[in-house]
Design a protein around this ligand. Structure first.
Ligand code: GAR
Length: 200
């Protein structure tokens, strides 16, 4: 069974979908750790309810990104995390983690990248008058939502679409797509901490 670590900053509904998929056996993995950069985020309660260990930090307590990422790296190493799963983690990953987990960090984003990267992708799509948007799951690189795309799924934006209704449509897709994509990725056997065996 592969050990995964989930990174979240807020509500954690994607985190919950991943927990549910592990518990039902749909996703063959162990969630070894939740990393959260927002003390008080609801994602932490979800982890506690599921008995998942947490590392919670406040970036303001550190001078540099490198300082807290070194701490995260230490925790990840301790639990033997093999794949890092960003689920609403609203922070760029820095060189400390990127170097160590190259090709083993994935992110979910609520738009059809490269359209509408960054914050409030749903609001951006509505403001642009887009007729469709969707969900992208991609590998993480040093850019903002720029790494190689693994899978995308689109939704239509209706005439009377609101932010709330579009968010509901998008999250319904996310909660199905992320666990199933993670299972496929892990089953392929390409996620390994042996650097030589990596194919990405
Ligand atoms: C999700 O919709 C995810 O796609 C988005 O944040 C939301 C988190 O919701 N991520 C980004 O915008 C990353 N750039 P959740 O906390 O309920 O899973």
């Amino acid at each position: 069974m592969k050990n995964i670590a989930v990174f979240a900053s807020g509500n954690g509904s994607n985190f919950k979908a991943i927990i549910d998929a592990v518990q039902s056996g749909e996703l063959e993995a162990t969630i070894a750790l939740l990393i959260c950069d927002k003390p008080g985020a609801y994602a932490i309660e979800r982890a506690n309810a599921a008995g998942i260990p947490t590392f919670i930090f406040n970036p303001r307590d550190y001078q540099l990104k490198e300082d807290y990422e070194k701490k995260i790296l230490h925790k990840l190493t301790k639990v033997g995390a093999e794949l890092l799963v960003l689920a609403g983690y609203m922070r760029l990953i820095g060189p400390t983690l990127l170097t160590e987990f190259q090709g083993r960090i994935v992110n979910i984003h609520p738009s059809l990248l490269p359209s509408f990267p960054g914050k409030d992708a749903i609001g951006q799509a509505l403001a642009a008058g887009a007729k469709e948007s969707g969900v992208t799951i991609h590998f993480v690189d040093e850019g903002m939502d720029t790494g190689p795309i693994i899978v995308q799924e689109s939704v239509s934006i209706d005439e009377n679409e609101t932010k709330k209704s579009l968010q509901r449509k998008i999250q319904t897709i996310e909660h199905r797509l992320y666990p199933s994509m993670l299972n496929t990725l892990l089953a392929r056997g390409e996620i390994t901490s042996d650097k030589k065996a990596r194919t990405y």
